[in-house]
Ligand binder design. Sequence first.
Ligand SMILES: Cc1ncc(C[n+]2csc(CCOP(=O)(O)OP(=O)(O)O)c2C)c(N)n1
Ligand SMILES: [Mg+2]
Length: 320
Amino acid sequence: MAPNKEEMLDMYRKMLLIREFEETVANLFSQGQIPGFVHLYVGEEAVAVGVCSNLGDKDYIASTHRGHGHGIARGASVEKMMAEIFGKIDGYCKGKGGSMHIAAVELGFLGANGIVGAGLPLAAGAAFANKYLKNGGVAVCFFGDGASNRATFHEALNLASIWKLPVIFVCENNMYGISMSQERHQNINDIADRAVAYGIPGVSVDGNDVMAVYEAAAEAIKRARAGEGPTLIECKTYRFRGHFEGDACVYRSEEEVNEWKKKCPIQRFGTSLLEMNIASREELDAISAEVKEQIKNAVEFARKSPYPDVSELTTDVYCD
Ligand SMILES: Cc1ncc(C[n+]2csc(CCOP(=O)(O)OP(=O)(O)O)c2C)c(N)n1
Ligand SMILES: [Mg+2]
C-alpha cells in the first residue's frame, strides 16, 4: 500500500535526521571530539528509510560498518546513538560498541558490523527464527557492493533460497568498496543479476529515489511474509563523503561527486512532496528546523553523559 501524507512526511523527516546526524558527526570527528573511526551514510539516506518504513515490531535489520542511517531509519533514539558514538554510558551499548558496533536488539536492530558481509548470515538466522516461531516477521540485511563478492553473500542467499526464509537482501551499490570502483571489482553491472543463481527475484532500483526503494521493499516484504522466500534488491546510490572520515578520495573525480550531488535523495523527495502538494515549503522548512534542534539536543545529551566506570568493563560482554 502506498504511504499516506503523514508517512511520507515521516520518511522525509527521517532522511533529514540521518543527514543532520551524519554531518554533525563529521564536524565533531574533525575536531577530535569523537573517538575511533566513522563511516558516514550521507547521500544514501533513501535506501535505509525506503526499506525500514515498511517494517514492523517483529522485523529485524542487520547493518554494516556504515550503520548510523540504518539505526535511525529503524527508529533508534538519536540521543542514545550519539552517546554511543561518543563512547558514553548512556549509549545503546553503554559506550562499548561505538560507531561500528552500535546495536539495539530491542528495536530489532542487530547491529552495525565491522566485518564486511557479516550481516548476511545474521539476517538469514533471524529470518529462520521468525519462520520457526511463525510470527510473520521478516529480516532485512543491508550490505554494500563490495560485500556482494564475499562468500557470506553467496552462502546466505543459497540457504535463504532453499529454505524460503523471510529475508530481504538489500545491496547498497554505492559503486565503490573503499577505493575500488565496481567496474574494477566485479564483471557485472547489476548486482541484482546474481539473484538468478539462487532462483529468487532480483530487482535493481534507483537508490536515490525513496519511493522506488519503498515500493521494491514493500513487494519483497509482502512476498517474504507470504512464505515465498527471499528477494535481492540492489539500490544504486552514492556516498557523498569519503569511505571514512579523513579519506582523501583520490580515486574519484570531483565532477563525479558533483554529478551525484545533483541527484541528492533528500532534495529530490522534497521537490516531489512540493509538486504533489503533499507539503508546503513552510512545512518542509519547519521539519528541517525541528531536526536541527533534535540533533543539537542529541549532542548535548552525549556530551553530558559520563564515560563508563571501570567496573563496566566486562558487563554485557559475555553471556551468563
Ligand atoms: C571481511 C572484511 N574484509 C575487509 C574489510 C575492510 N573493509 C572495510 S569496509 C570495506 C569496503 C566495503 O565496501 P562495500 O561493501 O561496498 O561497502 P561501502 O563501504 O561502500 O558502504 C572493506 C574492504 C573488512 N572490514 N572486513
Ligand atoms: Mg560500496
